[in-house]
Write a protein that binds this ligand. Structure first.
Ligand code: BTN
Length: 254
């Protein structure tokens, strides 16, 4: 059920309108349904919990009450769902740091604190009536007790509540996050993507680390070396051979 709608005319695109629901199956799915109507770019769908939250690689995203679940509708200049999803990791990290968690950005867009995931992004490209849209969904473990997450997730996850003594309300976190996302998106619209990818490279804590990547074609170990112009992670094997990694499992070894 819709429980509210907010407007912020100071934002350029992202979060000028935020539609708040108590519970949805998935904010990404609701955002996609809205694409049928002539919905404004930047509209954000926010839910207090999700009954069927989705993560990357077809995984489930546990979405109990207390966490932050929101999706923004974008109509970018190019079919850039992947790159936008990558870049949106930066505002998420900024927001977490602002509220006291010195999280790092694990490739592609996981916010991680001391090796434990605290936020994730699912960015999906969708055509509606020949118009390309991107739905960027962000899930942050804000006011969640670790015990409310599935048992297999708990050892690899953390929450804002667990790491910070101060209580941070979800509307306050979302407000700050949307300001950062709006700034990033406006840079995306006005700057060449390669400049933004340079910024991303500087903030991605995976760069320089030894990694084990698992792809459809096998396993690769090497040093995370660079970000390609399309947003792939370039891994340099010990032999000096460079591999471009995009989708699959990525373990940071040291
Ligand atoms: C991941 O790291 O696997 C991505 C998680 C993305 C979760 C968010 S929560 C809001 C939006 N709605 C969804 O169903 N998924 C995204």
């Amino acid at each position: 059920m819709k429980v509210g709608e907010f407007h912020d005319a100071n934002r350029k695109v992202v979060g000028r309108t935020v539609v708040h629901h108590d519970v949805l199956e998935s904010t990404n799915e609701t955002a996609k349904e809205l694409l049928e109507a002539d919905v404004e770019e930047g509209l954000v769908v926010w839910a207090d919990r999700q009954a069927a939250g989705r993560g990357r690689h077809g995984r489930a995203w546990a979405s109990p009450l207390g966490g932050l679940y929101a999706s923004a509708i974008l109509r970018p200049k190019a079919a850039d769902a992947w790159v936008i999803g990558l870049l949106m990791g930066m505002p998420v990290i900024k927001a977490l740091r602002h509220f006291g968690v010195l999280a790092g950005l694990k490739y592609p867009n996981d916010a991680v604190y001391q090796g434990r995931k605290i936020a994730g992004i699912l960015s999906e490209g969708v055509y509606r009536h020949d118009v390309y849209h991107v739905v960027v969904g962000i899930g942050v473990n804000t006011n969640v007790d670790l015990e409310k997450l599935p048992a297999d997730v708990q050892p690899k996850a953390t929450t804002l509540k667990r790491e910070v003594n101060l209580f941070v309300a979800n509307d306050e976190f979302l407000d700050y996050l949307l300001n950062q996302m709006d700034d990033l998106y406006s840079r995306y619209r006005n700057t060449r993507t390669e400049f933004l990818l340079k910024d991303y490279r500087g903030q991605c804590t995976t760069i320089g680390k030894s990694v084990l990547a698992t792809t459809a074609t096998g396993k690769v170990t090497g040093r995370a070396y660079d970000i390609s112009p399309t947003g792939a992670l370039i891994i340099m094997e010990e032999s000096g051979r460079k591999i471009e990694f995009v989708e699959g499992g990525l373990e940071v070894l040291k």
